[in-house]
Design a protein around this ligand. Structure first.
Ligand code: ATP
Ligand code: AH0
Length: 376
């Protein structure tokens, strides 16, 4: 039997709203004991620096390049993660020596799977030095070396969680993560795992309300609740070639862009984009081996009532039930950070992080780079 390890996972997702921290005890296989978690929001000025970094990163041709101020942003981002680990340890009365490994995602600033190019800002060696804890980072790259799209990586963790779902959670179950981009993991009655990014999540909504109301997101879907669905606008997004492409697996944040300001009122835009998010999940689910019976929703989008209402309506029409992660005893905010803790332990064990059915990789492969601080 493999040893149980204590791991911290750190996720700074495509929404760029902050750092999620979560603790996990796991053997990297089926044994998973979830611990506390914490969110640390970025201040608006750092969020703007990250938004600008996405533009600067467009010039990158080789993944180690750091044009413009990207090296500086990477250092600041890493130091913010170190501070997040320290705050988390303090809050939970723990010391660095209590933690076996940190799984560090970093910040994706560029993702071009067709060019086998994915760039996450995040200096694992610096994080290891600052925290005094071994760090596993850069978990997407090896997948791409072996023909995968480098995303999504969370399915290996969903597969472990699926072993302990409550009995009323009928299979096939699909885990849906509605973050900046949405992705889904199908768990069949036969244990089969299939996963891919499913479409825009909150990014379009965030960009729309930020541009037209000066707020970072549509809290609770309040703005959308005042609007109506514009069918032509929704249809235009759903006609994106992504939804029918054979290579459809992973998305870059910039693959979908928000509508022009003249196309909708604030409320109608927010309402229509919420519909796009829900309908994109259902449209992508059409590529799964079988129709899902249950959707388990995690990520910030589950807090938008317009998205969740549409998802319940559209999935309900196929006979499926939609539940939040909390309904099945999980935490929809910390699941990605938990996944990075889980993947770090798998990386230490040399276990695969990705599979042909998740990223399109040629065979199951492990990944990640380990940086160990002195004195450990
Ligand atoms: N109370 C809320 N009401 C509505 N939407 C919310 C709420 N809280 C968060 N969100 C949305 O969720 C987003 C953050 O979601 P999450 O943290 O799951 O994404 P992420 O991890 O950054 O992205 P990804 O999973 O793509 O990497 C916010 O940008 C916002 O749009
Ligand atoms: C390249 C990259 O960072 N992709 C993210 C992004 O955010 C959601 C979706 O797109 C998913 O593919 C992935 O993150 C999740 C956590 C994953 O790899 O499973």
């Amino acid at each position: 039997m493999r040893q149980m390890r204590t791991a911290i996972g750190l996720m700074s997702g495509t929404s760029m709203d902050g750092i999620d921290v979560a603790l996990l005890r796991t053997d990297g296989e089926v044994r998973v004991v979830r611990g506390p978690s914490m969110d640390i929001a970025y201040d608006p000025s750092f969020r703007r620096r990250l938004q600008a970094a996405l533009e600067t990163a467009k010039a990158i041709e080789k993944r180690e390049e750091r044009p413009g101020d990207l090296a500086e942003v990477e250092r600041e981002l890493t130091l913010r993660h170190a501070a997040a680990v320290q705050a988390f340890l303090h809050e939970n009365n723990m010391a660095p020596a209590d933690i076996d490994v940190v799984g560090f995602h970093g910040q994706t600033v560029l993702h071009r799977p067709r060019q086998a190019l994915t760039v996450q800002l995040g200096d694992g060696a610096l994080l290891a030095r600052e925290t005094g804890i071994p760090v596993v980072f850069d978990m997407r790259a090896n997948d791409m070396v072996h023909g995968g799209q480098g995303a999504p990586l969370i399915p290996a963790y969903h597969a472990a969680l699926a072993r302990n779902l409550p009995a009323d959670c009928a299979l096939p179950t699909v885990f849906v993560n509605i973050g900046g981009i949405s992705n889904l993991t199908y768990v069949g009655a036969d244990g089969r795992i299939v996963a891919f990014d499913s479409g825009p999540g909150n990014t379009l909504i965030d960009q729309w309300v930020e541009a037209h109301a000066g707020v970072p997101f549509d809290q609770g879907g309040m703005i959308a609740s005042e609007g109506r669905i514009l069918p032509d606008l929704v249809a235009r997004y759903l006609s994106n070639p992504f939804f029918v492409s054979d290579e459809r697996r992973s998305l870059d944040r910039n693959d979908f862009t928000p509508p022009a300001g003249s196309e909708a009122t604030l409320e109608d835009g927010a309402r229509s984009l919420a519909r796009v998010t829900a309908a994109a999940i259902l449209k992508s689910a059409g590529h799964l081996p079988q129709g899902p019976k249950t959707y388990v929703v995690c990520g910030g989008g589950r807090l938008n009532r317009a998205i969740m209402g549409d998802l319940a309506e559209l999935a309900g029409a196929t006979g499926a039930v939609v539940m939040t992660a909390e309904t099945v005893g999980l935490n929809g905010d910390s699941m990605e950070a938990e996944a990075w803790a889980y993947l770090a332990v798998r990386s230490l064990e040399g276990l695969p992080l990705t599979f042909p059915g998740t990223t399109g990789v040629r065979m199951p492969v492990t990944g990640g780079v380990l940086s160990t601080p002195q004195h450990r």
